[in-house]
Ligand binder design. Structure first.
Ligand code: PRP
Ligand code: MG
Length: 212
């Protein structure tokens, strides 16, 4: 019998909550934390621990069948991938932030400026929508450092508690989108795997109801 391959974030904030919901729906994973793949003991499921940014491509290629992932990552590079369930945890927002001392009254103030981000497509869409031209610098982590080292005038990154912005002397000035964890599915899924997914989704719905 084939197993449903579910991707979760390898490490980071989403990882813990993702493993939490799998546990709550009764899927117990033998977790060697260093392993990149683990099988469930009592369900035809394999869990793959992957980098967030790699998950959309794995879904598109059908290398994994489903994923628990931040909606923001799918908005950035998940075209064609279906979201079947919003999971209500790991909420965050994708925000524009500038140095505390900088003046910002609207997105127009970023015309011609340098913006550092890990979400270039999301930022570009927002700039286009507002008819603003800016220069994007793509950075894959610790984006908040960019203004302090003179690399950018503004950043766009995910904000949760706001503590990273605060520590880096930045202020949040605009929200591009809000995000939460979702259950996403590969566009190429066999019928057999669809049946396993349906069971998982049904159990998740019950757990989410109970959490309300
Ligand atoms: C994420 C994100 C922000 C921060 C937001 O970074 O990129 O920097 O968390 O959370 P906060 O508002 O609660 O401070 P993460 O720590 O995951 O590391 P990375 O940017 O290096 O990937
Ligand atoms: Mg960060």
């Amino acid at each position: 019998m084939s197993k449903l391959r579910i991707a979760v974030q390898k490490s980071g904030r989403l990882n813990e909550d993702s493993m939490g919901i799998l546990k709550d729906i009764g899927i117990s994973i033998d977790n060697g934390k260093d392993q990149l793949k683990a099988s469930a003991r009592n369900f035809p499921v394999e869990v793959f621990y992957l980098r967030n940014g790699d998950i959309p491509q794995y879904l598109k290629d059908g290398v994994v069948d489903a994923a628990i992932i931040g909606e923001n990552v799918l908005i950035e590079k998940g075209e064609g991938i279906n979201i079947v369930e919003k999971l209500g945890f790991s909420t965050c927002r994708v925000c524009i932030a500038v140095p505390k001392s900088a003046k910002y009254s609207s997105i127009q103030d970023l015309e011609g400026k340098r913006i550092a981000t890990s979400y270039p497509n999301t930022v570009q869409m927002y700039l286009d929508k507002n008819n603003v031209k800016a220069n994007l610098h793509i950075i894959n982590g610790s984006v908040e450092i960019a203004p302090n080292i003179g690399l950018a005038d503004a950043i766009v990154d995910i904000v949760s508690s706001g503590s990273t912005l605060f520590k880096n002397n930045l202020k949040e000035v605009d929200t591009i989108l809000k995000s939460e964890a979702v259950l996403a599915v590969s566009p190429v899924l066999s019928e057999e795997k669809q049946a396993i997914l349906d069971k998982i989704q049904f159990r998740m719905q019950s757990v989410l109801k109970g959490r309300q």
